[in-house]
Design a protein around this ligand. Structure first.
Ligand code: ATR
Length: 279
């Protein structure tokens, strides 16, 4: 039996153990996924260095520390500066991935595909202008991921200096949060909220005035509690297509499952069922 687990602090509240255990069981993969409470990631990984410990999720507060702890990295994850999945290879080396950005970007791509002609080779983000609100961990993940797909990136953030830094890093343009109200350089823009505004319990929060939402073809919200945030509700009221953070949550877990199992496809409908029940 392989041992997998979530390294976090606190860890007890996480739904990942129930999600991964049910899915591992459903595909007949011989592994157990444990909640692992840690104080220090590096010493934890040193202690649990047996080959049986073949994969870890890592969550708050260890996503940044995880970059140092891994021997090899997915290059985009390294640019973001955050790792949420660690795989121990048979040779003992630790390889770090960030499935949060994969989950967010694939949710956004499929949302855009739903808007028009499908093309499986070129990303539908290629050449598009995406406005990312937020410059923290989630903002970086979306900005770097979108740049990787060939999008043109605008970063808006409350603290303008952080918008400038992130925009520079991805070859994009910074914007003051207050300027979003009138920002409309072109048609066909995508909006992605990567701030905590609108997250439970502050469900009245929203990062952009309702009337400005009509400038966008699609709005994605990384917040997934509640499933429909005020931002998404107001976008829908403007007739704009929306993609919920629940999509990102499910897709990051699916990608992580495939890393853990060495490529077994995640049981998507079961994951969706469990996510619906527990988020
Ligand atoms: P995460 O890792 O989830 O992205 P974070 O690194 O704490 O979390 O980043 C939170 C983001 O939400 C930041 O962009 C933050 O803006 P600042 O850089 O100005 O702090 C943004 N944010 C949080 N509360 C906000 C508020 N009330 N108004 C505007 N932006 C807010």
């Amino acid at each position: 039996t392989k041992v997998l687990g979530l390294i976090a602090n606190p860890v007890q509240q996480s739904k990942s153990p129930i999600l991964h255990n049910k899915c591992l069981q459903s595909v007949g993969y011989n592994a157990v996924y444990l909640p692992l409470l840690a104080d220090n990631l590096a010493s934890f990984l040193e202690t649990y260095s047996s080959p049986d410990f073949s994969g870890f999720s890592c969550s708050l507060p260890f996503k940044v520390d995880a970059v140092q702890c891994c021997d090899e990295h997915d290059p985009v994850a390294k640019s973001i500066g955050a790792i949420n999945t660690i795989i121990r290879r048979p040779d003992g080396k630790l390889v770090g991935y960030n499935t949060d950005y994969i989950g967010a970007i694939s949710a956004i791509e499929d949302g855009i595909r739903g808007l028009g002609p499908k093309d499986s080779v070129i990303s539908p983000l290629a050449g598009r202008l995406i406005v990312v609100i937020g410059a923290g961990g989630a903002g970086k993940a979306i900005a770097y991921g979108a740049k990787e797909k060939g999008a043109r990136v605008v970063v808006a953030n409350r603290t303008y200096e952080k918008a400038v830094n992130l925009a520079n890093a991805v070859g994009g343009q910074p914007l003051r949060l207050s300027d979003l109200e009138t920002f409309k350089p072109e048609e066909g823009m995508i909006l992605a909220n990567a701030t905590s505004l609108g997250m439970y319990p502050n469900v009245d929060g929203t990062p952009i005035p309702k009337k400005a939402l009509s400038f966008y073809d699609m709005v994605f919200d990384a917040v997934y509690a509640p499933k429909v945030t005020r931002l998404l509700r107001e976008a829908e009221e403007n007739g704009v297509k929306v993609v919920s953070g629940v999509e990102m949550f499910i897709r990051q877990a699916m990608d992580q499952f495939e890393h853990f199992t060495g490529g077994i496809e995640a049981p998507e409908s079961l994951m969706r069922e469990i996510a619906a029940k527990y988020t």
